[in-house]
Design a protein around this ligand. Structure first.
Ligand code: DGT
Ligand code: CA
Ligand code: CA
Length: 602
């Protein structure tokens, strides 16, 4: 989440979250929150060099609280006593009360006056104990891993007592692996780096073809690194050097004859492997993965008395397939499996039985049922959105502004919405080949009611309901809330059902299967929101919708006329969820769509 674009994508939602915190709904305090305060206290006491028994007491309390099966805050609010918990004496019990009541803890505040919260993160770096963290902070003012990296690069750490040059380089190495192994890039962000890099590789003399494999090709919502395969002529020369000389390369980790690994300035790792044309398909299959899929296919090859690796498919010494992926699948008795399906989630059985789905493509989409305009938090007018959608090949769109409760997004009240309905009627007469449907993205309130009255919702072609608050309700409450929403008379589509934001907000907790079944019963639909940091429904939930016979709407949730490009990421996720065109709502023509949206029949 580092680039400017991603920050933009996130800005609105951060505000949304803050408004929830400061508004009427207070964020509940869960056992995990109390445990987190204790864990931080333990870390800070340790850095301070406090009494080990005291530190141990906090650490034990973290476990006890985390594993306690009832919600402590709810318990205390109901007037009940805190039950006797192992290892929790009067002092810790007092602090639990304090945190549950105020959300804060005096001791932690006091520790923060000595050490900033961020220093505890330094304890997770191999080789750094509390004593060293204390020295780094007091001598060099190192608070964050970024500070640490800088101090190490500048050679300032080796000067400290008890550190030395060896420790300094060990720290640098640990930081390198940490940043590479922990950080995943949203697919849309990786795409920005991938496309120009691929063009660079393809232009290197001697490279006959180059492709990106790995999770990128499987269209996972995030990628750990990029895996590029380049097929080269046997006398190609200097390919690796030219790859490593790419402008955006910051560090070269490995550079050998057939393989190189580099880190780009953005922090994204890229692996390049060279293949010969006769093994290109085998290498593509191997490095596309997933690992689980590879292992399953290799097992089938073995059952045929064959050996499969990244160089080809072999019967003893003889290569019987490998130039294309298709040749490999065919030789082991399988139909070609699309990359998005290769997760060992039933695709191999389906390929053997000839029952693979024909996956939806971007071309299949005829409309987009979720977007915003200037009237709320979008950047363009209704007309501009309609024209951009037409240019993207769509035949219809729905304008779905936020409703009044979402004040940070300038949500519409009934009067404003009715005015927009009139505006749309007027614009529709001017646009041949494009139809604008009237909709709303109405807030689902905490009790499952909708933020606008039925009399207003009845005027619309479709009603998208979405959760923008009270993310922390218990599973039971959240499920009931969504069930009640779906049962509202005018409800049509449940938008971004889990509410997750990749890298910044966890999904809400609810019983997805019950919601999918309720949607089926009510003839409602689920959205796959194509915003790069949402991609929600997730793949396995698309599969669930498919199994239960609920149509999925793949929507851009565009906030500007440039956002229709998001749809390609929604399509990727839908394909990972096995969806065929017929299982996607907005592949329908307008004439086919309209009866499906009619709610008076329900
Ligand atoms: P990522 O980068 O974490 O988003 O996920 P992938 O799937 O791109 O994984 P990566 O980059 O570690 O490796 C690329 C592919 O190489 C992986 O999908 C399957 C294959 N592969 C890697 N390690 C193994 C292995 O130990 N066994 C097998 N069979 N395949 C492997
Ligand atoms: Ca990868
Ligand atoms: Ca890799």
């Amino acid at each position: 989440m580092q680039t400017a674009q991603c920050q933009n994508v996130n800005r609105f939602y951060k505000q949304e979250l803050q408004s929830t915190v400061s508004g009427t709904i207070t964020v509940p305090i869960h056992n995990a929150d109390i445990a987190a305060v204790f864990a931080e206290i333990a870390d800070l006491l340790e850095i301070r060099g406090d009494n080990p028994f005291r530190i141990r007491a906090y650490r034990n309390a973290v476990r006890t609280i985390t594993e306690f099966s009832r919600d402590i805050k709810t318990l205390l609010d109901s007037g009940a006593e805190l039950p006797k918990l192992p290892g929790i004496g009067a002092d810790l019990a007092g602090k639990i009360h304090e945190i549950a009541k105020t959300g804060d803890c005096k001791l932690l505040k006091q520790l923060h006056r000595e050490f900033p919260s961020a220093v505890t993160g330094l304890l997770r770096i191999p080789g750094l104990g509390p004593k060293r963290v204390r020295t780094l902070y007091s001598e060099l003012e190192v608070r964050t891993t970024e500070d640490l990296r800088k101090a190490a690069r500048d050679g300032r750490i080796r000067e400290l007592p008890g550190f030395g040059e060896k420790t300094e380089s060990r720290i640098l190495r640990a930081l390198q692996t940490q940043s590479n192994s922990n950080r995943r890039f949203p697919l849309a962000i990786a795409t920005q780096y991938a496309e120009s890099l691929l063009a660079h590789v393809r232009a290197i003399p001697g490279v006959t073809q180059a492709e990106i494999a790995g999770s990128y090709r499987r269209r996972r919502d995030t990628v750990g690194d990029l895996d590029i395969l380049a097929s080269v002529e046997s006398d190609a020369f200097g390919v690796m050097e030219k790859f490593c000389a790419y402008d955006e390369v910051k560090d070269v980790l490995v550079s050998g004859d057939a393989r190189a690994s580099v880190i780009l300035k953005s922090g994204l790792q890229v692996d390049l492997r060279l293949t010969l044309p006769e093994s290109h398909g085998a290498a593509m299959h191997y490095f596309t993965g997933s690992k689980a899929h590879n292992i399953a296919v290799r097992r089938i090859a073995q059952a045929h008395g064959l050996k499969l690796n990244e160089y080809g498919l072999f019967r003893r010494r003889e290569r019987i397939a490998g130039d294309t992926e298709e040749s490999i699948f065919k030789a082991v008795g399988l139909a070609l499996i699309e990359p998005e399906l290769r997760e060992d989630r039933g695709e191999i059985e389906a390929a053997r039985a000839g029952r693979l789905p024909k996956l939806v493509t971007l071309d299949n989409l005829r409309g987009d049922l979720h977007m915003h305009t200037k009237a709320t938090d979008g950047r363009h007018t209704i007309l501009e959105m309609a024209q951009a959608a037409a240019a993207a090949g769509l035949k219809y769109i729905a304008i779905t502004e936020h409703s009044r409760r979402l004040t940070v997004a300038h949500g519409l009240d009934p009067r404003q919405l009715l005015k927009q309905i009139d505006d749309i009627d007027r614009i529709n007469t001017k646009l041949p080949g494009m139809t604008i449907l009237k909709g709303i993205e109405v807030d689902i309130l905490e009790d499952g009611n909708l933020d606008l009255p039925d009399s207003v919702l009845a005027r619309l072609d479709l009603v998208i309901g979405a959760v923008h608050s009270a993310f922390h309700l218990s599973r039971r409450h959240q499920t009931e809330r969504l069930m009640r929403a779906i049962n509202q008379r005018h409800f049509t589509i449940l938008a971004h059902p889990s509410g997750r934001l990749i890298g910044s907000r966890k999904p809400i907790d609810f019983d997805m299967l019950r919601i999918v079944r309720e949607a089926k019963k009510r003839s409602c639909f689920l959205e796959l929101n194509a915003q790069p940091d949402r991609l929600d429904l997730q793949d396995i939930h698309c599969q669930m919708a498919r199994d239960e016979g609920v149509l999925v709407a793949i929507n851009s949730d565009a906030h500007s006329k440039f956002d229709f490009g998001h749809l390609q990421f929604g399509i990727g996720q839908a394909r990972r969820g096995w969806l065929a065109a017929s299982e996607v709502l907005n592949t329908r023509s307008l004439a086919q769509l309209k009866p499906l949206l009619r709610r008076t029949m329900r």
